[in-house]
Ligand binder design. Structure first.
Ligand code: 1CP
Length: 353
């Protein structure tokens, strides 16, 4: 399994970029930064581009998905694009009845709760992923030397939507299932792992230079459940992209107690949410894993002096790690002022690496 010789990581475009250098544990000439959810409702040009177009239709219209991916890169001068898509796109492309309902999030026509429900899940095919590859190719052609980050939802986070049928707070459905009916849970987690793995591989092969596995809701699990019922499925998702040579990042929220286990599924970089200072995350990980994070999104709305002091603290706390990519500790809030984000990027780039 290898990338094409004309891939941006191999043809000289992105291998030495600040983002990839830091992901590989090096010290780049400029401190790299990007923001989770940098594309989206905080940007007026995004709201304009999305007018009258449903979320999943926007994701599956290649030139629109490329344009929306590029918007924050142009506006903020961040060091990477994150592919505009959603973790439920592989479900949609497999033929699962799923939609993103405005103000709610992902909603399934029929929740997946029994062995028969899992057995009925349609298989994702390589052909169905063509709009994803097309959008990535268009994006990468415009990005030049800036890397595109691909992503997928980890099996637990995807399964949380599939079992509940919609967003939930405590993810009781999947957490019950892994104990009450481990066989069905394992089959569902394996299905989700393969769908996510294929989605990530399509993005990497089409030109993304790194990939991030989002296990956003893994923080609702205890360590024992994570290791026994979840980590093997996340490792299975990553098996689809290991060996491509692209750095792999793993991120979750509320996962301070899971960081080592999340690293041990086999990733290069750990994304840290806003709850744990980076020097402590680095200590827990043994000082060998590059980190990404972890500006508190709540502080984007604080007075500039408060935000600036916080950003400088995050930079200082990340200095001990073998590599550090600045990011938020979770996504950009829709009400964030985009000019503040641009100012944060300027500040980060102005601090000597
Ligand atoms: O109409 C809109 O603008 C809908 C909002 C929106 C956007 C902009 C959704 C619905 N998805 C996205 C894009 C998206 N989703 C991206 C690419 C854009 C970028 O980061 O710049 C990515 C990486 C995701 C990934 C995603 N979707 C995650 C993992 C990241 C995270 O935030 O933790 C999750 C959990 C989802 C599910 C989802 N999709 C959309 C919403 C509102 C949600 C969360 C619902 C919930 O459970 O509360």
């Amino acid at each position: 399994m290898t990338l094409n010789a004309s891939h941006p990581l191999l043809d000289g475009r992105t291998a030495d970029s600040p983002l990839i250098t830091a992901y590989r544990g090096g010290k780049p000439e400029r401190r790299p930064v990007w923001f989770m959810r940098q594309a989206g409702r905080s940007l007026p040009e995004y709201r304009e581009a999305r007018k009258g177009i449903a979320m999943l239709d926007a994701c599956l219209t290649p030139d629109l998905a490329a344009e929306i991916t590029l918007q924050p890169v142009r506006r903020h001068d961040v060091d990477a694009g994150i592919f505009f898509s959603d973790i439920v796109i592989p479900l949609k492309l497999a033929g699962v009845d799923v939609d993103i309902v405005p103000g709610v999030g992902p909603v399934l026509g029929a929740p997946v709760r029994t062995a028969a429900d899992v057995a009925r899940l349609p298989k994702l095919t390589e052909e169905a992923l063509e709009p994803v590859r097309e959008a990535v190719k268009l994006t990468v052609a415009e990005l030049g030397k800036k890397p595109l980050i691909g992503f997928a939802g980890a099996p637990f986070t995807l399964a949380a939507y599939m079992v509940e049928g919609r967003p939930s707070r405590d993810h009781l459905g999947p957490r019950t299932m892994m104990h009450a009916d481990p066989q069905t849970w394992n089959a569902l987690a394996a299905w989700a792992a393969d769908a996510s793995g294929m989605f990530m591989r399509a993005q990497l092969e089409a030109g993304a230079s790194a990939a991030q596995l989002f296990d956003s809701w893994a923080g609702s699990l205890g360590l024992a459940d994570y290791r026994r019922h979840v980590a093997p499925a996340s490792a299975r998702a990553l098996d689809h992209v290991r060996g491509l040579g692209a750095p792999l990042v793993h991120f979750g929220t509320g996962t301070s107690e899971l960081l080592v286990a999340m690293r041990d599924v086999g990733v290069d970089v750990i994304g840290v949410d806003y709850r744990l200072p980076l020097d402590e995350a680095n200590r827990r990980l043994g000082g060998t894993t590059p980190l990404q994070g972890n500006i508190d999104p709540a502080l984007l709305a604080a007075p500039w002096e408060v935000l600036e002091a916080h950003v400088r603290e995050v930079i200082a706390a990340g200095a001990a790690a073998p590599g550090h990519v600045l990011n938020l500790g979770h996504g950009v809030p829709p009400e964030a002022d985009p000019d503040v984000l641009t100012r944060v990027v300027k500040l980060i780039h102005s601090v000597e690496p």
